[in-house]
Design a protein around this ligand. Structure first.
Ligand code: PTJ
Length: 266
């Protein structure tokens, strides 16, 4: 990264006063812009982030009880999995690289780059971000992404034979619904993080965590650590008692009731 860019980011940081009520959110945006300038994030990723921010606002920018329940079910499923894989796109790598590597190590799930706007430069850039954050290996880069998911027609169809292709569980976030639908058709289970409970990804996933990816990843790792000593039966019971559609309904009800209360308080 050149020094003029450093100066630009530095000056933006100093333009945001410590007392600014939206400081954290503004710094997340700055980070995404910075990663867009390096090529890791696509401009469309900024639009996707804005959509997410809007839902986060409606959800009160916190991890609600329904999300805690889906995080628990996701932790159970990851611990039951024989071969989990974490699928990483530009936004995910930019928002929580260290946290993704920690989750990957905790559940023994390889990290695989899988992009909608795929090109070799981005693959390498995202792999570099993950390696700088502590990853020893990153799948899905260059010729490693040589297997194909026939049901898909976007660049997301290119996967690693050592990763998504053979995985039983895939953890993913911030994407269009086509791939989740295709992975489910192939008999795999999908854990998706999506702030929009109405998205096709949310509807199609086995477990949808309706919460901000930045909050979810460390919480999920903590929950995995807490549940590690549970028996397989207990983990199965937790996963089996989780119903994704019911959980999505709860999130919609929560938003609707919260909006009504806010309207009354004006
Ligand atoms: O890096 P690439 O090439 O794979 O491109 C990725 C993007 C993000 C451009 C692409 O997959 C895309 O267009 O995604 P969508 O269809 O806009 O979907 C993004 C979804 O993620 C929306 O439902 C958003 O509400 C949601 N979202 C955005 N930010 C967050 C989020 N969900 C959880 N946490 C967030 N921080």
């Amino acid at each position: 990264m050149d020094s003029s860019h450093d100066i630009k980011v530095w000056s933006i940081r100093n333009l945001i006063p410590d007392t600014h009520p939206r400081k954290d959110s503004l710094l997340v945006r700055e980070n995404l812009v910075k990663q867009m300038e390096t090529g890791a994030v696509v401009p469309q990723g900024l639009i996707a982030h804005g959509r997410g921010e809007c839902f986060d606002y409606l959800l009160g920018e916190r991890t609600n009880a329904f999300a805690e329940r889906s995080i628990e079910a996701a932790a159970a499923l990851l611990l039951l999995s024989s071969y989990p894989v974490i699928s990483v796109n530009g936004n995910m790598a930019a928002l929580a690289p260290k946290e993704l590597v920690e989750l990957s190590k905790e559940v023994h799930a390889p990290l695989e780059v899988n992009l909608f706007y795929r090109n070799e430069e981005r693959e390498k850039k995202i792999s570099e971000i993950l390696r700088d954050a502590g990853a020893s290996e990153v799948l899905g880069v260059g010729t490693d992404a040589s297997e194909t998911i026939q049901e898909l027609f976007s660049e997301r169809r290119k996967v690693s034979s050592r990763g998504i292709y053979k995985a039983d569980i895939i953890f993913l976030a911030m994407e269009d619904g086509d791939r989740t639908e295709a992975l489910i058709k192939l008999g795999k289970k999908v854990i998706a993080v999506d702030l929009n409970p109405l998205s096709r990804t949310s509807m199609a996933a086995s477990i949808t965590i309706v919460d901000n990816f930045i909050r979810v990843v460390p919480k999920l790792t903590t929950r995995v650590k807490e549940m590690k000593n549970m028996s397989k039966d207990e983990l199965q019971r937790i996963f089996q008692s989780f119903n994704n559609k019911d959980n999505l309904k709860e999130s919609l009800k929560f938003i609707s009731e919260r909006m009504s209360q806010l309207a009354l308080s004006l």
